[in-house]
Design a protein around this ligand. Structure first.
Ligand SMILES: [Fe+2]
Length: 399
């Protein structure tokens, strides 16, 4: 059961003070990022020039079968660099998959890990890179900044436009037994260099384009409305939000438009940069539970929850949401106007407003888990259990 609201509020305030003392207001370490058609070739050449003779490519089988992975790796000279593959990553990667990948990494003496794929492959690659060179149970690394200080150098080529994992020092790994999502974070897993290459995203199916696009939007909004002023989060979260509103409708209409794909890919990247500084908020805290319990894809889960959470924040988020309404050029420059625009974008993207998987018997447990996670973020304000319950009832067909 959640602790009384005033006690939770006090704890949350102390956590924010502690975060400011420990991590300050400067941005986290930047990394190299290339963007644009063909940028994946430049990244491969860069990895090669860094002297890596054996590189582990972490990806998934469907992407390999589509030929996207081969295209992403064209920049390597195979007579100089030997590529090894772990392609067993599945959506919501598990600790078991990470252990398999780490074994391939060790057995083939890889000195670099290159993720090619969506957030699942990039997240798995991060923890594979940790596990390859560190003893101990990865579950002991769960939490903010608890990852070991060293990892095999990580590089990333995202092939979806959403998670922004290529720009963050965090990874979400699923526990096989209870299906809980565990977050591992630390500077060692921030990719050293990334290529945001729209050429590799042209074939992304509309449903994934839509869901990952709403994930990127959520990152931008949760970073922009965070209580923690840090680094460039204001600028980068704005670029993410403006980018999604500008490019997502276009890319859904014209999936082969490389300029629109690049716009969306950069919006997702900037969303990642923003949350890498101030983390996410209550939208993710609730959405993670829906993903863990029912397997609802992450972007879709965020899209279900996002407008309801923004509404429920009320006056705590109004000034920031009104700023966002102006930033995306709405005529209604109030917080409510911005929330309406989020509802409209979700509908335009063809994403559902309710989900049949959510069951009444699970609601109390979901509420408890969401509050336990959400209290660790710096959202505009905390929610009571009843407020989280109302949000779940609003998005459920059956409960
Ligand atoms: Fe997300």
């Amino acid at each position: 059961m959640a602790a009384p609201y005033p006690l939770r509020k006090l704890k949350s305030g102390l956590k924010l003070k502690l975060a400011k003392i420990l991590m300050g207001d400067k941005a986290t370490t930047p990394h190299f990022a290339w963007a644009g058609a063909g940028s994946s070739e430049r990244l491969c050449a860069r990895i090669e020039q860094s002297g890596h003779k054996n590189v582990l490519v972490v990806t998934d089988k469907p992407l390999r079968a589509l030929g996207v992975v081969d295209r992403a790796l064209e920049g390597f000279d195979r007579s100089v660099t030997t590529l090894h593959f772990y392609d067993g990553v599945e959506p919501d990667p598990t600790f078991g998959q990470v252990a398999e990948g780490a074994k391939v990494c060790r057995d083939s003496y890889c000195t670099a890990v290159l993720a090619v794929g969506g957030g699942s492959s990039i997240d798995a690659a991060k923890v594979i890179a940790l596990e390859a060179v560190n003893e101990g149970d990865p579950m002991s690394w769960v939490g903010l900044n608890k990852a070991p200080a060293t990892a095999v150098p990580i590089y990333a080529i995202p092939t979806t436009s959403g998670t922004g994992s290529e720009a963050t020092m965090g990874a979400v790994i699923t526990h096989e037994v209870d299906h809980s999502k565990q977050i591992i974070s630390g500077l060692a897993v921030l990719p050293r260099a990334v290529a945001v290459d729209p050429d590799l995203m042209l074939g992304l199916p509309p449903a994934i384009t839509a869901a990952t696009g709403l994930d990127a939007l959520t990152h931008g909004i949760e970073a922009y409305t965070s209580l923690w002023e840090r680094g460039s989060r204001t600028e980068t979260s704005l670029m993410a939000i403006q980018g999604v509103f500008k490019w997502l409708p276009k890319v859904l209409l014209e999936p082969g438009n490389v300029v629109a794909r690049e716009g969306m890919a950069l919006a997702a990247y900037y969303g990642g940069v923003a949350i890498n500084q101030v983390n996410v908020g209550f939208v993710h805290a609730i959405a993670h539970q829906l993903g863990a319990r029912y397997g609802i894809p992450h972007g879709m889960a965020n899209a279900l929850v996002l407008p309801h959470v923004l509404k429920a924040y009320g006056s705590a988020a109004e000034p920031k949401l009104a700023e966002l309404a102006r930033a995306i050029g709405l005529s209604n420059t109030t917080g409510a106007g911005f929330i309406d625009a989020v509802f409209e974008l979700r509908e335009l993207a063809g994403l559902p407003s309710q989900h049949a998987a959510i069951q009444a018997r699970d609601i109390d447990a979901i509420v408890e888990a969401a509050i336990a996670e959400g209290d660790g973020y710096f959202s505009p304000r905390l929610f009571t259990p009843d407020e989280v319950k109302s949000i779940l009832l609003a998005i459920s067909v059956n409960a």
